[in-house]
Design a protein around this ligand. Structure first.
Ligand SMILES: C[S@@+](CC[C@H](N)C(=O)[O-])C[C@H]1O[C@@H](n2cnc3c(N)ncnc32)[C@H](O)[C@@H]1O
Length: 279
């Protein structure tokens, strides 16, 4: 690996969805060189413990779902600007891909305002990780020609025509941050006529040893799993290809699942920014 030193810059890097081996070589190289790593919650401890340079300062700024502790976005923006202005190499590590359902735009604008250079390194977004580790093709001839990445975290404001189109499309629908509102999501799709050839998978803690998949025909969902709670993080895949899960799932449900429903990712502390220096 190159020993080239980069300073006074922010690197946005995707950590992948959970399995620490799903990070890119480029992100890994920057983590080994970083002075400061500002990290989200959905990043494996293995990445922080084993890949980050031992002298680096690690600042966790993650959110605990939507309701729990979190570092205000303005504080994260200030940290990026402050450390990069001190000529540090800062890695802004985000779960999955840094530009999918993340606040990268705010952070880019803050850096731009201060003339701070940056790079963006993609990562494997949760939809891709969850689909691969549950054997669900996201597109497949005669099943689905496209994939949509969506969220339904507020029982929404959206027009009926939008839901009708979603219910009738053959595109595969992947919903992030929507497990808490899943009953309502299913009911709105059923109301708008989603077909009996569509399946639904909820994938908890995808790509981690705790991965758990709940899969059924969407019409059976309310009776079978309505009112269920899912461990964060989880996402939902809806479409014909989700029906292929039983045939092609290759990993099984997590061996460490048990009744305790453990979390792979650490909860956020009450005071989320706790500096960690492990020299
Ligand atoms: C704020 S979004 C961040 C998405 C991230 N930037 C990405 O590209 O995957 C967090 C949501 O991503 C989904 N997610 C992230 N990691 C996941 C995982 N390992 N398993 C299932 N869903 C995951 C969940 O829906 C979670 O609520």
């Amino acid at each position: 690996m190159s020993e080239q030193k980069h300073t006074g810059k922010v690197i946005f890097a995707g950590a992948g969805p959970g399995d620490p081996e799903l990070i890119t070589l480029k992100a890994l190289r920057y983590l080994q060189q970083a002075d400061v790593v500002i990290t989200d919650r959905l990043v494996s401890d293995v990445i922080l413990d084993e890949y980050v340079h031992k002298e680096a300062l690690i600042l966790p700024v993650g959110k605990q779902c939507r309701k729990g502790a979190s570092t205000p976005q303005s504080v994260i923006n200030e940290l990026l600007v402050e450390y990069a202005s001190q000529n540090k190499l800062v890695v802004r590590l985000k779960g999955g891909d840094p530009s999918v359902f993340s606040n990268i735009l705010d952070e880019l604008q803050a850096l731009s305002r201060h003339g701070i250079p940056y790079e963006i390194i993609p990562g494997i977004t949760a939809a891709l990780g969850a689909a691969a580790y549950s054997g669900i093709p996201l597109t497949a001839r005669d099943h689905s020609k496209a994939v949509r990445l969506l969220t339904y975290y507020k029982k929404d404001l959206l027009e009926d025509s939008y839901w009708k189109e979603l219910a009738l499309t053959d595109d595969t629908l992947v919903f992030y941050m929507s497990s808490d509102t899943l009953d309502s999501l299913v009911s709105v799709l059923l109301k708008h006529g989603i077909g009996a050839d569509k399946y639904l998978s909820v994938i908890e803690q995808a790509t981690t040893p705790y991965q758990q998949v709940y899969n059924c025909n969407i019409h059976d969902y309310p009776a079978k799993w309505g009112n269920s709670r899912y461990i964060s993080p989880s996402l939902i895949i809806i479409g014909k290809t989700a029906g292929l899960y039983e045939e092609f799932q290759w990993i099984g449900n997590g061996e460490k699942k048990g009744e305790s429903k453990e979390s792979y990712f650490k909860p956020v502390a009450d005071n989320p920014i706790t500096q960690t220096k492990r020299a």
